[in-house]
Design a protein around this ligand. Sequence first.
Ligand code: ZN
Length: 325
Amino acid sequence: MNNTTASTQATTPAAALQLLGIHHVTAIAGDPKRNVDFYTRVLGLRLVKQTVNFDDPSTYHLYYGDSVGTPGSILTFFPWSGLRRGRPGNGQVYATAFSVPAGSLRFWEARLLAHHVAPVTSTTRFGEGVLTFADPDGLILELVGTNESDTRTGYPHPEISAAQAIRGFHGVTIAVIDAARTESLLTGAMAYRVAQTVPGRTRYTVAAGGPGTYVDLLVDSNLPRGLPGAGTIHHLAFRTPDDDAQARARATLVDLHYHVSPVMDRNYFHSIYYREPEGVLFEIATDNPGFAVDESVETLGTTLKLPAQYESQRAEIIAHLPPLT
Ligand code: ZN
């Protein structure tokens, strides 16, 4: 992996992490049924997995993505009915951007307005059109109409053509008061490099680059401090190819004195977690084994799947979860 940007860290790690881009983004939501309705019906994503929060099985964990839940397409939610809204701001992943074909933004603007998603703001960023809007809980979302090569295909939806469909993530924007320490981590151990920069916003990329890899650091003195709650991002997960690469990443981060969790088995991937210097929770997740490990590709997301440790409590768990449809 080539790291073309010199690290400003005093302790440059011997082995940079092997990261391929974004794996998934996990957010907090309110009503789960409303969440499913918005992401599947309005945005046209596939509900690829219904499961529970492995750390709190009284709560859903819902995964949306492309047809098979390819890493880099997966937006996940912990929904709690009636949960108080948070506030997007500094110290958080502030916005999550999806990649759509450059010519599709007019379609999307009309579609969002037709579904009473308002306001929808249209801007240009690094030469590409961007639509910014919020989901029903206030989570800030963006559609980036990009001319960059993006061969990923979206999930078929009767009202959204292949030339319009969401193809996966474009990237995320992390809001910080001071970007120096986060930049140092990204361009040091995490092997990210600067792609583009304008005053207040620097875009970083990793590995092969392109949509699905981008992390923007935003410094905007008008932003408040972020507060957790419905409509905010819980954590950002980066892709690593396999368990060996993850073990090496963990060793590197521990060497750098990050408090890194043990490897957690999330059934569909394996995860480690650590907090970057401005407080954003980062995860490194493996590409293996994927979402078809406990149900067929054809039936992904259609029934509640539980990890082995909760299967004996299935009836009790279901009794306490609100219906999704
Ligand atoms: Zn995660």
